[in-house]
Design a protein around this ligand. Structure first.
Ligand SMILES: Cc1cc2nc3c(=O)[nH]c(=O)nc-3n(C[C@H](O)[C@H](O)[C@H](O)COP(=O)(O)OP(=O)(O)OC[C@H]3O[C@@H](n4cnc5c(N)ncnc54)[C@H](O)[C@@H]3O)c2cc1C
Length: 424
């Protein structure tokens, strides 16, 4: 039977271990020393590195990469099940060597890098000896790549990069930046002269590339390949975000259900008020619809390719933003005044939902892609009536039975009575 929703017992054991490990090790690190897992401070590393080692010992490091590139080679479906746990904890992705933006950059390197580029950057990225950023969006436009201007010009044995980028996540702390130029994707060490990091925004950086010179071998992939590389990078990143969003939605849902059973109002526990029940029932349905959509997409990638799953990935992209917004809002609302504070994860989750609808491409662009791809499987109908115009279909059906209708008055009368359905 091909349609199977069960998890094989050996992998379930891994999932159980991950759940327990995140609860007992990763979350306390997150709460006691926020940001420690991302820090290069020796004391922070002394806390986080042993956790990374436990993940490696368990064979779970770099979950997104194939076996030949040093990962466990689980494929996307198993990765989705793991990310349903990791996405609940802020530091879990970095403790498991699967944090954005490095993952997408590593995927590009793995797919398009030369052996030398892989040796120089992929291995250190995988081992978290270095960190990276991805510089694509420009101040004058993000959704439309035809507006981008940053360009590399060849000068002897160097590329000279000139342009301005906006919202490069973690650009200020990255060792290398993948810079998307109109003519190619380039790897730029952050400390290269001419890389100017502006004062704000502080997390997602505004960067000027002022005649930045890099050697010729810092071009990744072909000179005209920037859009293809970007699609490869963003496609993978989007589905990973969607997987982690399932975890966030489940967390909001768990918080909502616990609260609904704990709080009294107007003589009963609030879970007994029908409008609260409606919020829970709607959230349960949306959580599971999102989860199945993400798992189906992951399955499609495993069984064909990321390219084949493009419509599904775009659907995940805008659906996860919407479901996160709806469910986190209901949970926040049911939490009452406490929900509006930063004393539970709900406020940050709700505030994060518009980010999900913008980062990695705005919802509108993905919806347009989905509509275009879906419509390519349809044809317009001929004449004024749609294919499902029932009187015309009935006429064709009656022609099929013409001999019977002509020879059997009872059946002819029966069929005539059916015509009454179309008089309204
Ligand atoms: C948290 C976060 C992290 C990010 N990290 C990175 C990063 O690391 N590197 C990087 O390069 N970029 C990054 N970005 C930038 C992101 O890729 C862009 O914000 C995104 O592509 C949208 O571009 P924009 O912000 O310029 O919005 P715009 O393109 O100006 O769009 C604004 C609005 O215009 C409307 N719109 C635009 N196009 C269409 C259309 N075709 N049809 C209908 N309506 C449309 C939509 O309402 C849209 O929300 C990040 C963004 C966020 C929020």
């Amino acid at each position: 039977m091909a349609w199977d929703f069960s998890t094989e017992p050996e992998f379930q054991e891994q999932l159980d271990w991950v759940e327990q490990f995140c609860r007992t090790e990763v979350e306390p690190l997150d709460l006691a020393f926020p940001g420690a897992a991302y820090s290069r401070n020796p004391k922070a590393k002394a806390l986080a590195d042993p956790l990374r080692q436990q993940v490696k010992d368990r064979g779970l490091w770099g979950l997104f990469l194939d076996r030949e590139l040093g990962g466990p080679g689980f494929g996307q479906l198993k990765l989705a099940l793991l990310n349903e746990i990791l996405g609940r904890y802020r530091s879990a992705p970095v403790i498991f060597g699967t944090a954005a933006p490095d993952t997408g950059n590593m995927e590009m390197l793995a797919a398009y890098g030369t052996d030398e580029q892989k040796r120089r950057w992929l291995d250190p990225l995988l081992n978290q000896e270095i960190f990276s950023a991805y510089s694509m969006t420009e101040p004058q436009g993000g959704s439309d790549p035809t507006l981008f201007k940053t360009r590399a010009v060849r000068d002897g044995d160097e590329w000279v990069i000139t342009g301005e980028k906006w919202f490069t996540s973690a650009g200020a702390r990255a060792d290398i930046i993948f810079v998307m130029c109109v003519n190619g994707m380039y790897v730029v060490p952050r400390t290269t002269p001419g890389v100017e990091i502006m004062e704000y925004p502080s997390t997602h950086n505004h960067i000027r590339y002022n005649d930045v010179r890099v050697p010729l071998d810092h071009l990744l992939g072909p000179e005209d390949g920037a859009r293809v590389l970007a699609q490869r990078r963003l496609g993978g990143g989007r589905i990973h975000h969607a997987m982690r969003t399932v975890a966030q939605v489940k967390l909001a849902f768990d918080i909502m259900c616990e609260r609904a059973l704990s709080r009294q109002s107007h003589g009963k526990v609030i879970a007994e008020h029908q409008m609260v029940q409606e919020a829970i029932a709607d959230s349960y349905a949306e959580l599971n619809m999102l989860r199945l959509l993400v798992l189906w997409t992951a399955w499609t990638i495993d069984n064909s390719s990321t390219k084949q799953a493009r419509t599904q990935i775009a659907t995940c992209k805008y659906t996860c933003a919407k479901v996160l917004r709806e469910v986190s809002y209901r949970a926040l609302h049911i939490m009452g005044s406490l929900g509006t504070t930063s004393l539970t994860p709900l406020q940050a989750m709700f505030a994060g939902s518009p980010v999900m609808a913008i980062a990695d491409g705005v919802d509108e662009v993905h919806k347009a892609t989905v509509a275009r791809n879906v419509l390519s499987g349809y044809e317009p109908h001929e004449g004024p009536w749609p294919t499902e115009y029932l009187p015309a279909k009935r006429e064709r059906a009656r022609k099929k039975y013409a001999d019977l209708l002509a020879s059997d008055p009872d059946l002819a009368a029966w069929s005539d009575r059916g015509a009454l359905a179309f008089t309204r």
